[in-house]
Every structure is written in structure tokens, then in C-alpha cells.
Ligand binder design. Sequence first.
Ligand SMILES: Cc1cc2nc3c(=O)[nH]c(=O)nc-3n(C[C@H](O)[C@H](O)[C@H](O)COP(=O)(O)O)c2cc1C
Length: 200
Amino acid sequence: MRVLVISASRLGSTHEIAERIGWRLSTAGLDVQTMDAATAVTGSALDAGDAYVIGSAVYAGHWLPSALHLVREHRHVLAARPVWLFSSGPVGDTATRYPPADPKDVAQVASALHPREHRTFAGALDRERVPEAHLGRVERFVATHLVPEGDYRDWMAIDRWADDIARDLRPTAERYSVSQAGVAEQADAADLNSAARKGV
Ligand SMILES: Cc1cc2nc3c(=O)[nH]c(=O)nc-3n(C[C@H](O)[C@H](O)[C@H](O)COP(=O)(O)O)c2cc1C
């Protein structure tokens, strides 16, 4: 049971949420690979996944283009397996005072992928990362002057969500390993029968 945790980020904080989810799932015994949405969209990397967690940072109310591109290009592969979605966005007062609003694209993404759940987590803004980031002119201005700086990510909420995913997947993972063990037992039995016939 391999879980691919795929994320889209401009300033790195959403990748860090994805890494944390991946770490948490792996401590629950799942085989996890984390990857950037821009990498996942090319090649056949998605074929290796038995389940997917897909997340994007929210900019101007929207998921990032690389995450939307991934969903558009690979919706049939993704929708055929269990999928969870997350968004990472609200910072400042919006993160602490109000319940998070869904980004505009989530309804469309959900209708393509039929996820088990979508969750919005508070985000982070570290202005020191702005000079290195791939931001447009307006975004750079907004990041430097308008969006409140700070780390609002709720790691306990993120961990709890990852644990829920692990719990949801574990029965499937157990069925998978039992059926693998069953195949191994049958193979052992066949070997024993054949050895017995040969008088070994
Ligand atoms: C230019 C800009 C626009 C943003 N627009 C939104 C927004 O519309 N809604 C929201 O919830 N957060 C918004 N944010 C906050 C980011 O989503 C938040 O900082 C997020 O954690 C950034 O993720 P990243 O570090 O992975 O790029 C914006 C941040 C910037 C810099």
C-alpha cells in the first residue's frame, strides 16, 4: 500500500505540510512517497500510488496551476483510488478568527476526483523566502506588503488528519498484506507437496 503525497507550493510551507503528513503516515506503517505536483504531472509516477493525498497552497482564492494541471491531466488515474485533498492558505486574523473557506477550485476538483475528504489548513508566510520564490510582480508586492507574516500552521490538526487517513487506509493495507501472505502460504504449500511427491 503506497501513498503518494503530492503538493503544490510557492514559498515552501505547503510542501512542509505534505512532508509532515507523509512522515505521519509512514509512522503508521504505510509506504509513502512525497512529490511536487509539477513532477507528479509528468511521467508515470502516479502509477506507483495505491492512494493519494493532494494539496495546494491558496493564492488569490485559487489552488496553484500545477495542482490543477495534475488533476486535469490525471483525473482518471487519481479518481480510481482513494484520494484526500488539502488546501493551505489562511494566515493572520483569517487563520485564527474565522472558519476556513474552501478555495474556489475545490468544488470542481472534488467533482473530478471524488475525494474522501477536503481539509483547509492555516498557512504560513516567511518573507525571507519571497526573493527566491516564483512569484509574479503583483504576488511579490502582496507577499511583501499585504499578507501578514507568520506561521499559523496547526501541526496537531495536521497530524490528526494524517492519522485519520492512516486509520481509513489500514484495513485496505491489512487486506492487501493478508492476501499477499495467503499467496505466499499457497506457494509454500505447493513447494511442500511437490517436495513430498519427490520424497524429499
Ligand atoms: C500573493 C499571495 C496571495 C495569497 N492569497 C491567499 C488567498 O487568497 N487565500 C488564502 O487563504 N491565503 C492566501 N495567501 C496565503 C498563502 O496561501 C499562505 O501563505 C500559504 O501558506 C503559502 O503557501 P506556500 O508557502 O506553500 O506557497 C496568499 C499569499 C500570498 C503571498
